[in-house]
Design a protein around this ligand. Structure first.
Ligand code: UD1
Ligand code: UDP
Length: 380
């Protein structure tokens, strides 16, 4: 009985800031609502353009945030500093029982640090992914977040060994599947390529590219190399580029402009984007989430990165890593061969039920069940 009372009074806060956070959180928020858990969303404002934020709340049916911190953009230190002070105020005001953070963005890092210092328990969704490349800001965020989280939700099996190697208590770790794929499954009935193809004047085969990794778009020389490679893809197939705001200036300077076979457009809303991807012959990307979504949609994906924290999309999916130099030939081969998956099996537990699995673990945790001794000390 005591446990039930504790769960009833509990408040779960989700800290969200950037585009992929919204997609990962929606199934967890909805599954916790089904269980009657009191919860709220704190939007940090890391992403703020309507096409990077509002459209996701609408497309994914996310409830209005209880707070928007409006931190905006800046250097890593300035943005993280604004996140830390804003989140400290929110946590102090609301005294949540548990804070859930998602993925690997600066909002995730800041929330886990604030909560650790305030002794607020935390859960990390998408724990244990590693690129082993600390030049990526996301890898730093992942390592710190997993070191401090009380509950860790892993999306794929290799995450378990990465966490064990870093000394994380296995009792805190739950392999639950991938909530980003839950969102994809929920959206599937709405993913019709025809309307967006018509809007973009597409008839016949086409490819889609997304580019935003700092290593690709921030440095003028890398940006030029990338743009030249992408232009060679556009010589083979009409290419649509819904461009993340980060790459806008630098890639345009490097020559990424509209041409007879290439269209640069604003970022698309979630349903429009995945509808376009669903009908594509090929995707070229440096996104994390898009590697996963193309695997599930069976669309060939070429990822312009030297490594991936999502190797399961290569072993169990349609993803291949390429360099700018190897991209044009790899695109030609993909367009000729179509999607191929080495194992013939999709990643385990990417079945649309990750959100309910996470919600059940959280609800049990709020009741005080199944807790590791360390986490138990923090509850109540
Ligand atoms: C962030 C994440 C990255 C994630 C990506 C998802 C970090 C360190 N990086 O990168 O892991 O893959 O989000 O999209 O957290 N901007 C706008 N409007 C917006 C948001 C950003 O114009 O609504 C522009 C600003 O010029 C800003 C730049 O994009 O300086 C970068 O934004 P920021 O949130 O710092 O990093 P992302 O590159 O978006
Ligand atoms: N996405 C979108 N519109 C776009 C590009 C991407 O809705 O124009 C979605 C995509 O389907 C995925 C998420 O945004 O769900 C991935 O975000 P992003 O690539 O920005 O971040 P990453 O996954 O690399 O952290």
């Amino acid at each position: 009985m005591k446990g039930e009372v504790m769960a009833e009074n509990a408040l779960v806060l989700h800290v969200l800031g950037a585009r992929p956070n919204f997609v990962k959180a929606a199934p967890v928020v909805s599954a916790l609502a089904e269980l009657g858990v009191r919860q709220g969303i704190v939007h940090t404002g890391q992403h703020y353009d309507a096409l990077m934020s509002d459209v996701f709340f609408a497309d994914l049916g996310l409830p209005e945030p209880i707070a928007n911190l409006g931190v905006g953009s800046g250097t890593h230190a300035r943005q993280t500093a604004a996140l830390l002070t804003g989140l400290e105020d929110v946590m102090t005001e609301h005294s949540p029982s548990l804070v859930v953070v998602y993925g690997d963005v600066n909002s995730t890092l800041a929330a886990i640090l604030v909560c650790a210092k305030l002794h607020v328990p935390t859960a990390h969704v998408e724990a244990g992914l590693r690129s082993f490349d600390r030049d990526m800001p996301e890898e730093v965020n992942r390592v710190v977040t997993d070191a401090l989280a009380d509950l860790l939700f892993a999306t794929s099996p290799e995450a378990l060994s990465h966490l064990a190697n870093e000394g994380v208590d296995p009792a805190r770790v739950h392999l639950v599947g991938n909530p980003m794929i839950d969102s994809l499954f929920s959206a599937l009935p709405k993913l019709d390529p025809a309307p967006i193809q018509e809007r973009l004047g597409l008839s016949g085969r086409y490819a889609v590219a997304t580019l935003h990794r700092p290593a690709n778009v921030d440095d003028p020389e890398s940006a030029r190399e990338l743009v030249n490679a992408v232009a060679e893809v556009a010589e083979q197939v009409p290419l649509i580029v819904p461009l993340h705001p980060r790459g806008r200036g630098r890639l345009a300077e490097a020559g990424l402009v509209d041409g007879p076979n290439m269209k640069i457009i604003d970022p698309l809303g979630y349903v429009d984007f995945l509808s376009l991807v669903r009908g594509a012959a090929l995707v070229v990307t440096d996104s994390g989430g898009v590697q996963e979504e193309t695997t599930m949609l069976g669309v060939p994906c070429l990822t312009i990165r030297p490594n991936t924290e999502r190797p399961i999309t290569v072993t169990h999916g349609t993803n291949r890593l390429v360099t700018p130099a190897s991209l044009p030939a790899a695109a030609g081969k993909s367009l000729a061969d179509g999607a191929t998956t080495p194992s013939g099996e999709l990643p385990p537990l990417w079945d649309g039920a990750a959100g309910p699995r996470i919600a059940r673990v959280i609800a049990a945790w709020l009741r005080g069940d199944n807790l590791s001794p360390a986490a138990k000390g923090k509850v109540g």
